[in-house]
Design a protein around this ligand. Structure first.
Ligand SMILES: Nc1ncnc2c1ncn2[C@@H]1O[C@H](COP(=O)(O)OP(=O)(O)OP(=O)(O)O)[C@@H](O)[C@H]1O
Ligand SMILES: [Mg+2]
Length: 359
């Protein structure tokens, strides 16, 4: 404590550390580091039985202690992330999403650019978001978008589902959630993705909820995570935005609530062409097929390709001649798939968009 009262201003600490060790440190952490240097001076002096100068202690601290400290902290963080199943994602996923596919433009402007163009964002007082929700019908690409963001930013991607959090018992969800959020909150360059968010953060009025205290834990943890000045993101996804606890949806908790809905013709075409490129194809009238699948989600398009590929595979096996996927194969298979989206679901989603969207 006595030592702390002698700590100079952050600017003075920066210049002293620079003068003694040649290392330029950020003003935010400079006082804390100066405090550690003074402690190190005391330890060194005790060890050597003489008063070691502050300049020598500073140099020794920077060269020997701080570097090791960083290295072991980094190792510990990486081990923790790996235990959670953290992965690196290919940067190219982002490019495979059509520019017109909502919410690509929003995600780019509101989430990616404030991190990649940090100086410009700061100049304009734009704060990068730290906590967001994606909502929308099943198979529309919520997970795909989160992975794409991790890829484009080249951050760790950590996905946690309610079942992971309750792996060692339902009564541990709150504790596990706290631990994960606290740890990840201290790290840079990580996306923490919590899928099926309504399972753990549903309305506290709903009697069937697993544990109401978990929503309370979220209400505590989200502001704590945001308070830390780190480059990380919490993303939660749900198919049922209306089931989330109203307190979580209020401004101040999540920075953005972004809908991920159906595809326009260009969006469907891009995904269609992506899958077509890996298919044993003949003549395919892409525009014609794309116009026939207006209520298909990306997951439905993927399933359509699974079907057409399987059928040509089987036909070639039976007939032995080269069997190609053509316009006719799609026309034959489309009626066998009921699209996830229905006019009713689309109308409901549009109402949710009006009610909840915020970015
Ligand atoms: N451009 C694209 N946009 C979205 N999804 C795509 C795209 N291209 C391919 N897909 C694929 O569509 C499938 C469905 O996407 P995803 O799993 O992200 O949906 P989701 O909204 O998370 O679904 P759920 O609500 O069931 O979790 C995935 O296999 C994904 O890889
Ligand atoms: Mg998903």
């Amino acid at each position: 404590m006595e030592i702390l009262t002698d700590i100079p201003t952050p600017e003075k600490c920066v210049s002293q550390i620079l003068e003694y060790s040649g290392r330029k440190v950020e003003p935010q952490g400079a006082q804390d580091m100066w405090h550690k240097i003074l402690q190190h001076k005391w330890v060194l002096s005790e060890k050597l039985g003489r008063d070691v100068g502050t300049n020598v202690s500073c140099l020794d601290f920077i060269e020997n202690i701080e570097l090791k400290d960083h290295a072991s902290q980094d190792l510990e963080k990486i081990q923790f992330l790996k235990k959670l199943g953290a992965v690196r994602v290919d940067q190219d996923i982002w490019k495979t999403i059509s520019e017109t596919q909502p919410p690509k433009k929003i995600v780019n402007k509101r989430i990616i650019l404030p991190f990649t163009e940090a100086k410009l964002a700061q100049k304009h007082g734009v704060m990068p978001p730290r906590a967001l929700i994606f909502f929308g019908p099943p198979g529309t690409g919520k997970t795909h978008f989160v992975r794409a963001i991790a890829g484009v930013l080249q951050w760790w991607y950590v996905e946690v589902s309610p079942s992971d959090l309750m792996a060692d018992g339902q009564d541990r969800i709150g504790t596990n959630l706290k631990k994960v959020m606290e740890k990840v909150g201290e790290m840079d360059n990580v996306i923490l993705f919590i899928d099926e968010f309504e399972e753990i953060a549903g309305s506290r009025d709903d009697a069937s909820r697993i544990d109401k205290s978990i929503t309370n834990e979220f209400l505590k943890q989200v502001p704590l995570l945001k308070k830390q000045n780190k480059r990380n993101l919490l993303v939660c996804a749900t198919n049922y935005i209306e089931q989330l606890d109203a307190a979580l949806l209020r401004p101040g908790r999540f920075d953005c609530i972004i809908p991920v809905g159906g595809l326009d013709a260009q969006g469907r075409k891009t995904i269609f062409e992506h899958y077509l490129s890996n298919t044993n194809k003949g003549e395919v009238d892409v525009d014609k097929i794309v116009s026939m699948i207006s209520l298909f989600t990306p997951a439905d398009v993927e399933y359509l390709f699974q079907k057409v590929r399987q059928v040509t595979f089987e036909r070639e096996f039976e007939r032995k001649g080269n069997c190609l996927v053509t316009t006719e194969t799609f026309i034959e298979m489309i009626p066998q798939i009921s699209p996830t989206l229905t006019p009713e679901l689309v109308a409901e989603f549009e109402m949710d968009c009006e009610r909840y969207t915020r970015y």
